[in-house]
Design a protein around this ligand. Structure first.
Ligand code: UFG
Length: 332
């Protein structure tokens, strides 16, 4: 298949491109390089461009006859979305509509959409399955939910088949050490903790230690980036083999780990390299639910998804190897 990866210069998109090429598919990456990096595009051709540019989209779709589109390009900082909602609704919603409309013009029928656990808002029960009510508590989550709903209408009106994959906490890095997580600014727990261990950052602040959990810190469901990518590949195969429609699946490991457990596991791993992690305990970050754990039984049952890297230590080891690689590159 020839697949357009929108946002393929970013963290998850770059791992996806590698998996697709290794699985025998052809990849074209479209990325405006606003948060992604040219050097992340190691698999497939890069077209630099923005989804706001409908003329460019028309050209790209005329040049390449795509079989499917995977859409990873979005703004994804919860705090920023509260301060600048217009940016989120314009980029995550309006620009996605541009992409969908050009797909329809060019009769491209299969679409995989990066959605998020943030569409659920504060959980009513745990683990969170696909029947859980979706009441986002920030514009980021709302922008993703709006696209999920648009996709339902587009499936019935235009026969555009889609799968929305709701990621819980994407983390880890390419097990071969070629790709990994790189955000500027970095806000995610695991890369920040490892930046402290490598000396790139002075300390990590735990946001809140009096949550109603066993150790008082928040619980999250950490899912390896390669396992997420495997689910995308299965989702495309599912759409091609099955009927048309708009489907949604939650993607997580089903295991919750507290911030303290992540810190403890990371400390043990980096200790082997004589590194340590300086931890401070600070205030809660506004808008953090105490527990977000996925029920991914549906993805396992319907898509046949079997995550390979569910062990937290393995996830952290892959991320640590990548952090050491980044440190080495900075010294060169
Ligand atoms: N945390 C800290 N200190 C830090 C950074 C994070 O204690 O310096 C804590 C957070 O409070 C949270 C946990 O570590 O409890 C994980 O935080 P991340 O920022 O790594 O991830 P989030 O769970 O906040 O966010 C993820 C995705 C979002 C998505 C959200 C769904 O990155 O895109 O899940 O709720 F919206």
């Amino acid at each position: 298949m020839k697949i357009l990866i929108v946002g393929g210069a970013g963290y998850i998109g770059s791992h996806m491109s590698k998996l697709l090429v290794k699985s025998g598919h052809e990849v074209i990456v479209l990325d405006n390089l606003s948060t992604g990096f040219r050097k992340n595009v190691k698999y497939g051709e890069l077209v630099v461009g923005d989804l706001a540019d409908i003329g460019l989209l028309e050209n790209v779709f005329s040049t390449y006859q795509f079989d499917a589109v995977m859409h990873f390009a979005a703004n994804s900082l919860v705090g920023e979305s509260i301060k600048e909602p217009a940016k989120y609704y314009r980029n995550n919603v309006a620009n996605t509509i541009n992409l969908l409309d050009v797909m329809i013009n060019h009769s491209v029928k299969y679409f995989i959409f990066s959605s998020t656990a943030a569409t659920f808002g504060n959980p009513k029960y745990s683990p969170i399955d696909e029947h859980h009510p979706q009441h986002p508590i920030n514009p980021y989550g709302m922008s993703k939910l709006m696209v999920e709903n648009i996709l339902k209408d587009y499936a019935s009106a235009y026969d555009l088949s889609s799968v929305s994959l709701r990621y819980f906490n994407a983390c880890g890095a390419d097990p071969e050490g070629e790709l990994g997580e790189m955000h500027d600014p970095e806000t995610h727990l695991i890369p920040l903790v490892l930046q402290v261990a490598s000396g790139r950052k002075k300390e990590i602040t735990v946001f809140g230690s009096d949550y109603p959990t066993d150790d008082g810190t928040c619980i999250r469901d950490y899912i390896h980036v390669v396992d997420l990518c495997q689910a995308h590949l299965l989702a495309i195969e599912y759409l091609i083999k099955n009927k048309s429609g708009a489907y949604s699946f939650n993607l997580g490991s089903g295991h919750g780990f507290s911030v303290q457990e992540v810190l403890d596991a990371s400390s043990l791993i980096v200790k082997r390299y004589n590194a340590s992690i300086f931890v401070q305990y600070g205030d809660k970050r506004p808008g953090d639910p105490d527990r977000l754990v996925a029920d991914s039984i549906l993805a396992r049952k319907i898509l046949g998804w079997k995550p390979q890297y569910e062990c937290l230590e393995t996830i952290i080891e892959h991320a640590w190897r990548w952090e050491l690689e980044l440190v080495k590159r900075k010294k060169q």
